[in-house]
Design a protein around this ligand. Structure first.
Ligand code: SAM
Ligand code: SF4
Length: 358
């Protein structure tokens, strides 16, 4: 495993072999992750940092305590883990956080992830704050699609939601990403009653003008205990009804490999998606697992059951067998589904969303 991390200024690293990923490379017949409900896991969401330059109130506390560096996966460990997952049949990898682009040398990692034999799709979720700087390098590294979180187009409101964020930087990031030529860009907006429900059409108009996709996400019950989500929860059905007053929306059977259900606006390239874990549970089709920045594998976002891979990685630096076995065993406790629908007021998951990466 390489340990010569280039400085942030030095990428892209021209010493990398230019060969494309070996799509569909042969692997042993038993090398697949299937849980006890018969769902095959082909999608890993890998958080590469718990840190972030924003403090979105639905995701983080105002005063966050971040992990000491020694408890965070090194970039080499991220690469090694991803490689094991791909060997076990994962074909789609989303790099997330915290904010993945605040992790030093994130591009170094992405360049290498993109070249993992058997990986078909490398995508990224970002708050967009660093995109103006990194978009060309991300595209050159092999990232194909980017999701950019954006809940509002009003600067003051943006500051309130993110507590510290600067809307103009995100808009500049979106412009840079468009110029860099990604296959697809998508805005992710969390639905917030009293927060952005009066802007849902504006956000879609913005996406149409930018010729990018947009997905609205129902707020999930993560974060601080005692903070009910009921007052600010807005369902995707309500949001769809609001939109239908302004747009003709035609249901589409398209999928981007995730849980979003899409609608098309006739004559436009933009797809409008809804991710509705509360109102339209999609657990039966779940194909994903999550790894946190400290190497915990969560087979289900809605459960606290996890297996800690970091100690195994460090205890066996040259042998992946135990890590591989632990990942395979985790399929035995992947929950059938979450119960977010019951949890708007009830005790919530104490984990912050920034820990599991969305
Ligand atoms: N920092 C990056 C970003 O904001 O895109 C990546 C990490 S963030 C945790 C990933 C996604 O989770 C974002 O689109 C964010 O809006 C969403 N998210 C965070 N907390 C959420 C919550 N409580 N309910 C629904 N979505 C949430
Ligand atoms: Fe940071 Fe993303 Fe969480 Fe906002 S949603 S605090 S940008 S990790």
């Amino acid at each position: 495993m390489p340990n010569d991390l280039p400085g942030a200024q030095n990428w892209p690293d021209t010493t990398l072999a230019p060969t494309p990923p070996l799509i569909g490379a042969a692997r042993p017949a038993d090398a697949v992750l299937v849980d006890k409900y018969g769902r095959q896991v082909s999608y890993l969401r890998l958080s590469i940092t718990d840190r972030c330059d924003f403090r979105c109130h639905y995701c983080m506390a105002e005063e966050m305590e971040f992990l000491p560096r020694a408890q965070v996966l090194t970039l080499e460990e991220c690469l090694r883990l991803a490689s094991v997952f791909v060997d076990l049949g994962v074909s789609k990898l989303r790099v997330t956080g915290g904010e993945p682009l605040v992790r030093r040398n994130a591009i170094w990692l992405l360049e290498r992830l993109a070249r993992l034999p058997g990986l078909r799709e490398l995508v990224l979720t970002t708050n967009g704050s660093q995109l103006a700087r990194y978009a060309p390098a991300l595209r050159a590294a092999g990232v194909r699609r980017i999701n950019i979180s954006l809940d509002t187009l009003r600067a003051e409101r943006f500051r309130q939601i993110t507590r510290v964020g600067d809307l103009s930087r995100v808009l500049a990031g979106i412009a840079a990403a468009r110029a860099a030529g990604f296959e697809r860009l998508k805005i992710n907006a969390v639905l917030l009653r009293g927060g952005n429900d009066d802007e849902i059409s504006d956000l879609v108009h913005f996406a149409v003008a930018q010729e990018i996709d947009i997905a609205f996400i129902e707020q999930m019950p993560f974060g601080e205990l005692g903070h009910s989500r009921r007052p600010s929860f807005l369902s995707s059905d309500e949001a769809l009804a609001l939109l239908q007053a302004d747009f003709v929306l035609v249901p589409s059977a398209e999928t981007t490999g995730g849980p979003a259900r899409y609608w098309r606006i006739p004559g436009q390239t933009t797809r409008v998606g809804f991710i509705a874990p509360h109102s339209h549970n999609f657990c039966a089709a779940c194909n994903r697992v999550r790894v946190t920045a400290r190497g915990e594998l969560f087979p289900c976002l809605g459960s606290n059951d996890a297996v800690h891979l970091l100690p195994l990685l460090r205890a066996h630096p040259a042998d992946d067998a135990l890590v591989r076995a632990a990942i395979a065993q985790s399929m035995g406790f992947k929950a059938r589904g979450h119960d977010f629908g019951q949890r708007l007021d009830a005790p919530q998951l104490v984990r912050f969303m920034s820990v599991t990466g969305g």
